[in-house]
Design a protein around this ligand. Structure first.
Ligand SMILES: [Zn+2]
Length: 332
């Protein structure tokens, strides 16, 4: 849905009754994102505050939003007399600032705790997000910013082929790592492990359509992938190192999704990324042999490929050369 559609849907929801007010306000918040705001959007958020529709009834916050709408009038249609009239009426009442609510539950986003501080910031937790606002007058501006941020993040991920489902049917079947999801009875995320299959158990009250929850699922999914990597990769590295007779000092599990492996000439340490768990076993072996070969051949000149074939064989050398031919999701 583009911004115009979000706005139209929000107004339709307001008009249909009070049942979906919170959803309507959230849609307005989403429609707000951007530099040149259409004045009708902040004006409607102001209206919602004035009337307690989906947000606390708060004349002061309403006035702040109306003022913002007036500012936006300069860039847009200057004939919206109704906005100006509302501002004047509220100015006359001289509403006083109200304390910022500590917590808001935004439809489609999740639970957001709001703090005041010196610098704008946010932190994503498993079941809520914490936003620190500076002295921005409208506390729900925090939600607007958080929406924008998470929306952009998700769009980037979609471009990077994040497999679509992040709900109770989530299913990842990589050769070395499987992920499932299950709704638990508790309040926290936990997991269960059966072989290479990890089941992420969500808090009982999880709402999969909320963006804060989706972020938590990705974060925990990656954590489980890292656990699986810590179990598999160092063991496999040791095996292959002994088999081909190329040594190394220590193995670390890294998180890069572009660089799957690194060899450190000075320390002889090898880094292997846990994103390798989304690859096939032969590709994993190819990366491991590749890094081990750097112990005898520093560069990637022709000699390197002969070294790869010598220690790994033709199939491994081939897998190594074609490692990046197919795109692999950058997340879970
Ligand atoms: Zn290399």
């Amino acid at each position: 849905m583009n911004r115009h559609d979000l706005f139209k849907r929000a107004i339709a929801l307001f008009r249909a009754g009070t049942e979906h007010d919170r959803e309507a306000v959230s849609l307005l918040h989403r429609a707000m994102c951007g530099f040149q705001v259409h004045p009708a959007i902040p004006a409607w958020i102001g209206w919602a505050h004035k009337n307690g529709r989906g947000v606390p009834k708060d004349a002061y916050t309403a006035l702040m939003w109306y003022r913002r709408a007036v500012k936006a009038l300069r860039y847009n249609d200057p004939n919206e007399a109704w906005i100006k009239e509302r501002v004047q009426r509220l100015e006359a009442q001289n509403p006083q600032p109200q304390p910022t609510p500590n917590e808001v539950h935004e439809w489609g986003l999740g639970r957001v705790k709001i703090k005041r501080g010196k610098q704008y910031g946010y932190r994503l937790h498993d079941t809520y997000a914490e936003v620190t606002l500076t002295e921005v007058p409208m506390y729900d501006e925090a939600l607007v910013r958080l929406w924008k941020l998470l929306e952009e993040r998700e769009a980037r991920r979609e471009k990077d082929l994040l497999p679509a489902l992040l709900d109770e049917n989530l299913k990842r079947d990589y050769p070395l790592f499987e992920l499932r999801i299950e709704r638990g009875r508790g309040e926290q995320f936990s997991h269960r492990k059966e072989g290479i299959r990890y089941t992420l158990i969500t808090p009982h009250a999880t709402r999969f359509e909320e963006r804060i929850t989706r972020e938590a699922i990705i974060r925990h999914g990656l954590r489980l992938m890292k656990m699986a990597a810590e179990e598999y990769l160092p063991k496999r590295l040791k095996e292959l190192s002994e088999r081909v007779g190329l040594g190394y000092a220590h193995c670390h599990i890294s998180h890069g999704n572009k660089t799957l492996g690194s060899f450190y000439y000075k320390s002889k340490d090898i880094d292997l990324s846990y994103h390798l768990l989304k690859r096939t076993p032969i590709q994993v072996d190819a990366v491991i042999i590749h890094e081990l070969c750097h112990g005898v051949e520093f560069n990637h000149y022709n000699e390197f490929h002969y070294t790869m074939e010598r220690y790994g064989g033709a199939a491994i050398a081939h897998a190594d050369r074609h490692l990046y031919d197919h795109h692999v999701p950058t997340e879970i």
